[in-house]
Design a protein around this ligand. Structure first.
Ligand code: ADP
Ligand code: ADP
Length: 229
């Protein structure tokens, strides 16, 4: 079964300030199988974030369809919300909340009952137990990234989507994040991530779609793809 399926997905941004319209996605067909670690690999400007932001309900598509477990995201936004955890690229955090508070707020937003919350477990898994009472201003970039991953997992979504998860993260933290993503995958989570590092896709992913200029130019298992490069 496919966790995510995109058919003929298009996005055209309106041109601002006299700019021409930008065709960021030009008819993407993609099937992301349940249980995969799926890498969307491509250079800056390829359209990766646009794809992720459509999944996240942050960007309105121009044409085509996206379904999650076979349910159209437009007709079943609640299914999409339950099914997906999103780790955005920007390190946006509420400045006046500690990681523990941020996790509780997120759990509340997603309607996770108090008894069912795994706040401490998730914070421990991303290595933030020691920082659970710290304020955002005292968290490094890597810690912020890990908190965003922790927040995305608060409702135990079966699909975790990460937009450039290790952009701006040092080598040590990158390895830590990769480990955590692998753990989640081993526990049954389907993973989708974007990256512009071949190395990251190679290290982590079992299937890779190469996206360039709004089009999927190759899509295969990692091994098959790397044999062709
Ligand atoms: P980022 O920090 O993600 O690079 P920018 O500062 O480039 O963001 O862009 C800020 C806002 O403008 C965002 O909403 C982004 O989606 C939008 N944006 C990004 N690229 C363009 C573009 N080429 N033309 C117009 N808006 C853009
Ligand atoms: P990637 O994530 O692969 O770097 P994006 O999806 O961010 O690519 O961007 C794809 C293209 O769409 C780029 O040319 C970018 O400048 C443009 N773009 C992104 N957001 C906006 C926006 N809000 N308005 C106009 N153009 C945008």
């Amino acid at each position: 079964q496919n966790a995510i399926e995109a058919r003929g997905l298009e996005k055209t941004y309106r041109g601002q300030h006299g700019q021409p319209p930008k065709h960021a996605l030009k008819g993407i067909d993609l099937a992301i199988p349940q249980g995969s670690i799926f890498g969307l690999l491509g250079p800056n400007g390829a359209g990766k974030s646009t794809f992720i932001n459509i999944l996240a309900g942050l960007v309105m598509k121009t044409a085509g369809s996206v379904s999650i477990w076979g349910f159209d995201i437009d007709r079943n936004p609640r299914n999409a919300r339950r099914s997906i955890g999103i780790v955005p690229q920007e390190l946006n955090l509420d400045p006046f909340f500690t990681p523990r508070e941020a996790m509780e707020i997120q759990a509340g937003l997603y309607g996770v009952p108090k008894r069912a919350r795994k706040t401490e477990e998730i914070l421990a898994a991303v290595g933030l137990t020691d920082k659970a009472e710290a304020y955002a201003r005292s968290l490094s970039g890597g810690m912020r990234r890990r908190l965003l991953v922790a927040k995305a997992m608060v409702h135990s979504p079966p699909i975790l989507v990460l937009d450039e998860p290790t952009a701006g993260v040092d080598i040590e933290l990158r390895a830590q994040l990769w480990d955590y993503v692998r753990q989640l995958h081993a526990a049954g989570t389907t993973i989708v991530l974007t990256t512009h590092y071949l190395e990251e896709a190679e290290e982590l992913c079992d299937r890779i779609a190469i996206i360039n200029n709004g089009e999927v130019v190759a899509h295969d298992t990692k091994d098959a793809l790397l044999r062709r490069l």
